[in-house]
Design a protein around this ligand. Structure first.
Ligand code: SF4
Length: 247
């Protein structure tokens, strides 16, 4: 049986590990590859390729967004960098000890993530910020490989599509854990999956998500992870897996 992050080797019948990063010219999603080419013609100085994950190689926390923004990560080449979402995400990571430095909306800003890694469920910019279901499913092999390679203790999904992609990448049924802002799901393998509305311009401008709500998600995660560290100590009971609770 294949594990996440492995694909069948048709020639030998055995599994080969899928690299966590797609090749620069990945063309598995024709629509997205064509959109990249279109943007490359219009903006040859932009990144216009699949965006690599950013942060610690062995993170405690993996943050999974939806997809690169056209003028954000697709332009700068670093997840959540140069757009509205990064202006909230990265200062929040600094505040909660998951990043050092000052976010400057530029990959050369010197910001370093500590115990944290940031990636996207879909690595290429989609037209109108909307990947299709098949595109999310196609790119999931890289998310699965990312999780398998970095083995985070906690995953924070930004939005329902990222939540569903993480579940599928872990081989779990989509409706086994429902997306809910602020929820923290205990997974059977001992990890936790936390949910937040995406820190997108739309969600922030419409008030669906506020800075305080976003910070509360990190507060809840911090409490949960420190409780779990305590629970892992000898003589302390652990919560049974399979439950989702508000932090
Ligand atoms: S979205 Fe993922 S699978 Fe699709 S072309 Fe880009 S890197 Fe390849």
């Amino acid at each position: 049986m294949r594990r996440p992050g492995e694909r069948a080797d048709a020639a030998r019948g055995g599994p080969l590990p899928v690299p966590a990063e797609p090749p620069a010219g990945c063309a598995l999603c024709p629509r997205l590859a064509a959109f990249r080419a279109e943007n490359r013609r219009a903006h040859p100085d932009w990144h216009n390729s699949p965006v690599r994950s950013f942060g610690s190689a062995r993170p405690e926390l993996l943050i999974v967004g939806l997809a690169p923004g056209l003028k954000g990560a697709n332009r700068t080449g670093r997840p959540f960098t140069g757009d509205y979402a990064g202006a909230l995400l990265y200062p929040t990571l600094v505040r909660f000890g998951y990043a050092r430095g000052t976010y400057g909306a530029d990959p050369a800003d010197g910001l370093a993530l500590t115990g944290c890694r940031v990636t996207n469920a879909v690595r290429c910019v989609p037209p109108a910020n909307r990947p299709t279901g098949p595109e999310a499913a196609t790119c999931r092999r890289f998310l699965a490989a990312e999780i398998a390679a970095t083995r985070p203790r906690a995953i924070l999904a930004l939005g329902a599509i990222a939540h569903d992609s993480v579940l599928a990448a872990l081989g779990l049924r989509r409706n086994s854990r429902r997306f809910a802002h602020g929820a923290i799901h205990e997974l059977a393998d001992g990890r936790v999956l936390a949910d937040s509305y995406h820190c997108s311009r739309y969600n922030l401008n419409t008030g669906r998500l506020t800075e305080a709500m976003f910070a509360a998600v990190f507060e809840g995660l911090r409490r949960r992870l420190s409780r779990r560290r305590g629970a892992a100590a000898p003589g302390r009971a652990r919560r049974p897996p399979g439950s989702a609770t508000q932090p």
